[in-house]
Design a protein around this ligand. Sequence first.
Ligand SMILES: NC(=O)C1=CN([C@@H]2O[C@H](COP(=O)(O)OP(=O)(O)OC[C@H]3O[C@@H](n4cnc5c(N)ncnc54)[C@H](OP(=O)(O)O)[C@@H]3O)[C@@H](O)[C@H]2O)C=CC1
Ligand SMILES: O=C(O)CCC(=O)C(=O)O
Ligand SMILES: [Mg+2]
Length: 418
Amino acid sequence: MADYTHLTTPASGDTITMSDAGLNVPDNPIIPFIEGDGIGPDIWAAASRVLDAAVAKAYGDDRKIEWFEVFAGQKAHDQFGEWLPQDTLDAINEHLVSIKGPLTTPVGGGIRSLNVALRQKLDLFACVRPVRYFDGVPSPVTNPEKVDMVIFRENTEDIYAGIEFENGTEDAETFKRLMKEHFPTRFQNVRFPDTAGFGIKPVSQEGTRRIVKAALDFAVAQGRDSVTLVHKGNIMKFTEGAFRDWGYETAGELYGAEELDGGPWRTFEVDGRTITVKDVIADAFLQQILTRPADYGVIATLNLNGDYVSDALAAEVGGIGIAPGANINYDTGVSIFEATHGTAPKYAGQDKVNPSSVILSGEMMFRYMGWNEAADAIIRAMETTISQKRVTYDFERLMDGATLLKCSEFGDALIENM
Ligand SMILES: NC(=O)C1=CN([C@@H]2O[C@H](COP(=O)(O)OP(=O)(O)OC[C@H]3O[C@@H](n4cnc5c(N)ncnc54)[C@H](OP(=O)(O)O)[C@@H]3O)[C@@H](O)[C@H]2O)C=CC1
Ligand SMILES: O=C(O)CCC(=O)C(=O)O
Ligand SMILES: [Mg+2]
């Protein structure tokens, strides 16, 4: 058991463990949670009640979550003088399954993203974001029901690795000097070297393989018929282009995928089904998800593309108020479930925003734990409540005849409809 400086493990409850066969989940698992900044406390208050109610609905007294609060962001800083205490990392590592609210990242100076730091420090290489439509949700597109995708976003590499040199610093000067000396031709391509900042984008074969494997495994297990590699490899040939090439190779090596009509697309058979592995350049993808979303199912992409694509796809099915996600290392089992959206600071403390993203992240968490009955209870409640047009402001402002609910009231409505 981890030796915490500030935290005390709940007195009751058992630890989830990992074996070769997967997760071993006790009936009363200890699950660490981070409440989050901004709207975090509003949505967590509603979501935790809904998650507990779903477990009670599905299993009565036989199962119960022992919530274990761990700290990051403002709350951690206020209490312990640290933004991301080691205790928090240790607790998540030890208990394997966790859930969090959003954490603030200042733009420009100050701390780098705590969200990204959590993913990198725990090596949670897969950011998994399903995007599906709930009947009745207002959408800016004509056929939102055609959007049914699951994004597998690489979570540890790309420009999110944080290798940047700020213009005017000694580091930037050293970097420029080295570049000029060793790569003079490429240095000439820097348009305004005196005032440029620089960023480095590492993309590796191992990093690509593991995210593409996760996407392929998911497509196979969930009966999907395609995996699309989304990249900007025509411009960034040795990072995004390599991602594409290694992605195809991975499909060949792991599933025997063979080139279709001379490639680069490939196909393979599983249980009498054909799965197509294809690729699309990111800008074309962003228009095709509007014009023909049904062409896409499972998406494997790099970190920055995945960030943009997540919010764009979420908008098609009602916005980031209803966009769940997970950060997972499939080898260690360590996972943090979290909404796609951020802290929405202008709404903090107003009991106003939509808690669905974190509730549906909890639904994903239950499926990851094998608690499918509790997950199903959440989906049923969500479908019923939305069909009753009892919704938070984000949907109400676009829906005719809807009843406006507060964040907490929407949680109550879900519980009532379970
Ligand atoms: N994983 C994480 O913890 C993430 C953290 N962040 C951080 O969050 C902070 C704020 O980022 P920002 O760019 O404003 O993005 P946000 O996602 O926080 O908010 C942008 C807009 O999205 C809508 N929105 C967000 N959450 C909800 C919700 N639960 N229900 C309904 N609508 C919602 C609101 O739209 P409207 O104004 O139309 O009502 C809001 O103004 C930054 O510090 C950023 O770094 C950002 C993304 C992820
Ligand atoms: O960490 C952040 O502040 C932003 C992260 C983000 O936008 C995302 O993961 O989608
Ligand atoms: Mg984002």
